[in-house]
Design a protein around this ligand. Structure first.
Ligand code: MRU
Length: 353
């Protein structure tokens, strides 16, 4: 199996003989050392998995949220919940992480079908997964076409692309967003190498992106996040491409902490800074980036390393999981509908409603 075939989130129907239905998640906390699945059967287990980043990445969290409605219905059936309790449990799933709008969008898409019954809810959750997979393949082609057309070096040699965090099959229903574009370039033999930022503090780049790239033999370097700006300014990168957790109506883009520094370096170097995200990540109800709720995670994630304290006992930790890149720094937004260029004088989300 290549990482293209990975499915981070799958539903397992109730088996004969009493086994309850479950949501099967690739345990992303164990990668790259072990490829294990974690089967969750309750709302509490699902929320714990989302909070601990067993399942992570905006579209994958969205898919988990869609199936989370089904999981809550099945648990409610076993435990005799009334409708108010069921709605409250679904609301807890919806609020498990605050920044990626996909979680809210997917729960809100599936929850109205509760009255229609579990098969209808599951069909809608399945549709979310199917559509995300299709969107990712479309984005891959649009993004690769755009880069090959717009990056002058592409006329002479394969491209050197920088990415941040993990936006691959693990973070989505499959294939990936920004990493899908990178896969597509590799598939067309138009990719020289990838600079994969390690992505402090939880190392989604070093652990997950690098693992996906290794599965497919895609040449890459893992570099410290602090190396990214220098690598860009030295001219070693042709373009940066990242994913998004929420894109506000003015194009401001929340993504993994560290992203805005890459965008600033790209602007200084005059190379494209590209965001690839499905339209489910565009939140026209959020006016600007300052309206996006940025998840603040536990201090220990930055004060410790692998469970061992690295900062002095008197230090406090500041651990925002995301930052906001101003829309004016986004050269192009790739969605399943095509590419929007800021250089064409439009905000990247213009016309996406
Ligand atoms: O905290 P994470 O690992 O869920 O953060 C993930 C990111 O920031 C991704 O770049 C984003 O969700 C896009 S995934 C296609």
């Amino acid at each position: 199996m290549t990482s293209q075939d990975l499915r981070a989130v799958t539903w397992t129907a109730a088996a004969e003989g009493g086994a309850v239905p479950s949501l099967s998640l690739i345990d992303q906390t164990a990668l790259p050392h072990a490829l294990n699945r974690l089967d969750v059967t309750t709302v509490d287990e699902l929320i714990d998995a989302i909070v601990r980043l067993v399942v992570r990445g905006a579209p994958a969290i969205g898919a988990a949220g869609g199936y989370g409605v089904a999981l809550a219905m099945a648990q409610g059936e076993r435990e005799g919940w009334d409708r108010a309790r069921l709605d409250a449990e679904v609301a807890r799933v919806r609020a498990a992480r605050p920044t990626a709008v996909n979680l809210m969008v997917c729960v809100d898409r599936v929850a109205p079908l509760i009255d229609a019954g579990l098969p209808a809810v599951l069909a809608e959750a399945d549709a979310i997964v199917r559509e995300d997979l299709e969107a990712n393949h479309a984005m891959g082609a649009f993004g690769a076409d755009w880069l090959l057309k717009r990056v002058p070096a592409a006329a002479e040699r394969p491209l050197r692309i920088l990415t941040h965090c993990n936006t691959g099959a693990l973070a989505t229903a499959g294939w990936g967003t920004a990493l899908g574009v990178i896969r597509e370039l590799h598939g067309r033999a138009r990719l020289e190498t990838v600079y994969a930022d390690e992505t402090r503090p939880l190392l989604q780049g070093a652990r997950l992106t690098a693992w996906e790239l290794v599965q497919e033999g895609i040449p890459h370097f893992v570099q410290a996040d602090g190396a990214a700006a220098g690598t860009i300014l030295r001219g070693e990168v042709d373009a940066a491409i990242v994913g998004a957790d929420r894109i506000a109506a003015n194009g401001d883009t929340a993504n993994k902490v560290g992203t805005v520094g890459i965008a600033l370096a790209c602007a200084h170097a005059g190379i494209p800074f590209v965001v690839a995200a499905p339209t489910t990540t565009v939140d026209l109800a959020t006016a600007t980036g300052s309206d996006i709720h940025i998840e603040l995670r536990g201090e220990d994630e930055v004060l410790e390393w692998a469970g061992v304290r690295t900062a002095p006992a008197g230090s406090r930790g500041h651990n925002p999981a995301f930052d906001v890149t101003p829309g004016s720094l986004v050269t192009a937004l790739v969605t399943e509908r095509g590419v929007r260029e800021v250089s064409a004088g439009e905000l990247p989300v213009g016309g996406l409603s």
